[in-house]
Design a protein around this ligand. Sequence first.
Ligand code: IMP
Length: 425
Amino acid sequence: MTNKVVIGAQWGDEGKAKITDILANRADFIIRYQGGCNAGHTVVADDVTYKFHLVPSGILYKNKFCLIGTGTVIHPESFKAEIDELKQQGVDLTGLKISSLASVTMPYHIEADGYNEEHAGKGKIGTTKKGIGPTYTDKAARIGLKIQDLYDEETLSEKLDVILPLKNKILSKVYGLDEYSKDCIIDLCKKYAEIFKPYVCFDLQKFLYEHKNDNILFEGAQGVMLDIDWGTYPFVTSSNPIGGGAAVGSGYGPKMIDDVIGVAKAYVTRVGEGPFVTELNDETGKHIRDVGHEFGVTTGRPRRCGWFDAVTMRYAVQAGGITQVALTKLDVFDTFKEIKICTAYKNIRTGEITKYYPTDVYTHKYFEPIYETYPGWCSDISKVREYDKLPKNAKKYISRLEEILEVPISIVSVGPDREQTIWRK
Ligand code: IMP
């Protein structure tokens, strides 16, 4: 048994969906361990396109259990929309479970997210406005609702007596928004309880105990550089996408993890605000965006694009606990004459050159990338299935990345299809 964690090694959108989908086929049990419907990915199987936000895409395979874990935040209506669409497409949801300890995103969380973004001025994060930050804020402040609370009238009433006066004060006095009556929230919670009922795992400990010897795939969302502790704070999400987050959000300890697969694009993209040292605001950046179809699945926003940033990625390997890399979208470079890798940053104020990631992101504007330039391969690699058959220059690029990152690149993706994948071991 080898249990794997799949995480994003950059700022999300690295192509985790495809890698997770392939690895899910080899697992018995898939656990999504953090994030909410801020994540979005599509999986194409047998020519049908499926959209996922919270449900592990492993649900497409028969006889697997898929758990939306304790570390996630769930917006009931978005979850309903997602499962309704999957049901309409004929997907069997029998194996889908939700942790009774996952957190509920309430309407006031979404209102708060929208308000914060609109009024933050220069401090704008560029969130997905799905209420993620405010839900995790309430969880940390110990005034959040757990899925299990929806099924216990007494607990719910007690909790709302604490939560609502606080929420209403903020909503009306700070945000200038309408307050919620207790009856209104109780009615909503009844509705939510019905939505979740077929899936809730009320016997969570027993369920996890019974599946502890399964072949488990831990599915992360977003990426290391969006991690609340290790990412480009404050331009991050509010959970822990790092490999260690799998132990926090799943209910299984770190010893259950054998490998952490960090998914990274052959270049870098990011949506939302925040530093990005190798960002290309020029024709090359636009070209990467066009060839790589770099537009957000959840928000449709054009993604910012840049060369591979090995300084940030070395940091992500370390903080994320990454033991292997899956390099995706290498085929996007098929027509590029030159490809660059940022191997160090130069501090323009001091002239100092470093290969270590500066953790104070407010200083990133003072760093410029130092690049190594590699010749492109100028041929179509999308049909290559064996590593040895890749063009010499593509192999050179991969080898150099492995050398810098000090971890093997064990999977190379050369197109969106499951088959367009090169396994190296
Ligand atoms: P939030 O998670 O909606 O609070 O957004 C915080 C930051 O994370 C913003 O920069 C978002 O664009 C980014 N973000 C959140 N989810 C994803 C994702 O799935 N892919 C890429 N970026 C994301």
